[in-house]
Write a protein that binds this ligand. Structure first.
Ligand SMILES: NC(=O)c1ccc[n+]([C@@H]2O[C@H](COP(=O)([O-])OP(=O)(O)OC[C@H]3O[C@@H](n4cnc5c(N)ncnc54)[C@H](O)[C@@H]3O)[C@@H](O)[C@H]2O)c1
Length: 312
């Protein structure tokens, strides 16, 4: 699978899982926009050195990267991130929506700001960056460009398989991201854009420092993300849970088939093992929900209906 030369925007790439993804993608030959305002876990403050340090690390290893310190929760900042990628590297091929904050509190004491801030970064931020990337890709597609494009969203076990007490804002935002993944996959497929979602669990970062027993390596998620953003990956509309070296296909909120490896996945191994797993087909699910098994002709009709609705 070809990876070199593609440009990827990774949000929240200054620390934790996003940082590991940025380093991995750069080492695979991709140009990386390292977005991170360097905020505290609750979204307060900010430090431009956080993104700059990852850019320095990538460049020192011979890779190509630029920093961006905008907030994904800000619609205009999200536009500027996409423009930064195009200005720096000539195009944008993929977005990894990874940024998140937390404000854990039981619903009885949860404040309006705590709810809004968490949802703004995780849920609105995912929509904002994908919106501006999709607008760029729509223009490229209209100009005849058929390059493979990809979005990888980030959900959480808290939100899908194991919603946690004290995280109604975070869990709801993450469940929303998984739902939005399917919607965006159905919408953007006609532009050659694949949209998938990874859902990490139990990874040791500053978000999980206080949770006993969480010892997962932040770098474990990166090979799967690299596979999903790579040119030639066939997957779209999938939510894949990652825990250590086990990757599980989600069917809505239910866990489906899984693959596991002893050490760390490589992209070629994932490319061989993952597409063989039974995966939900979002188009088929929609067709059957809309009135029965329509078959291939029905699928084409459904795609045309969706396109007409989106263009209206
Ligand atoms: N750590 C885990 O076990 C775990 C489990 C499930 C899901 N996740 C998800 O993985 C992703 C990364 O989490 P992490 O554990 O690496 O956390 P982290 O706090 O280490 O990293 C998140 C980064 O996002 C940045 N960020 C915050 N607000 C931002 C904004 N408005 N715009 C851009 N960047 C912003 C932060 O500055 C930070 O550097 C998150 O989406 C999280 O929900 C993590």
């Amino acid at each position: 699978m070809a990876t070199g030369g593609r440009t990827v925007l990774v949000t929240g790439a200054g620390r934790g899982i996003g940082r590991a993804e940025a380093l991995h993608l750069a080492a695979a030959g991709m140009n990386v926009v390292v977005n991170d305002p360097g905020v505290q876990t609750d979204g307060s403050g900010g430090d431009a050195r956080v993104a700059a340090a990852v850019v320095e690390e990538i460049r020192a290893a011979g890779g190509a990267a630029v920093a961006d310190t905008g907030s994904v929760a800000d619609w205009a900042d999200a536009r500027a991130m996409v423009e930064r990628a195009v200005d720096a590297f000539g195009d944008l091929h993929a977005v990894v929506n990874n940024a998140a904050i937390e404000a854990n509190r039981g619903v009885e004491r949860l404040t309006e700001a705590e709810f809004d801030d968490v949802v703004a970064v995780k849920l609105k931020g995912t929509a904002a960056v994908t919106h501006w990337a999709a607008a760029h890709w729509r223009d490229r597609h209209a100009a005849g460009d058929r390059t493979d494009r990809a979005v990888v969203n980030t959900a959480s076990g808290s939100g899908l398989l194991n919603p946690l007490p004290g995280q109604s804002n975070y869990a709801a935002a993450n469940a929303g991201v998984a739902a939005m993944t399917i919607v965006h996959a159905l919408e953007l497929g006609r532009r050659g854009v694949r949209v998938n979602c990874v859902s990490p669990s139990m990874v040791r970062t500053r978000l999980t420092r206080a949770v006993p027993g969480v010892d997962g390596d932040p770098a474990a998620v990166a090979p799967l993300v690299a596979y999903l953003v790579g040119d030639g990956c066939p997957l779209t509309g999938q939510v894949l849970s990652v825990r250590g070296t086990t990757v599980t296909v989600n069917h809505g909120w239910a866990a489906g088939a899984r693959i596991a490896t002893a050490d760390r996945w490589t992209e070629p191994e994932l490319a061989t093992a993952l597409p063989d797993l039974p995966m939900p087909d979002p188009f088929a699910a929609l067709a059957s929900a809309l009135g029965g098994a329509l078959g291939e002709a029905g699928r084409a009709r459904l795609e045309a209906m969706i396109a007409a609705g989106l263009d209206a």
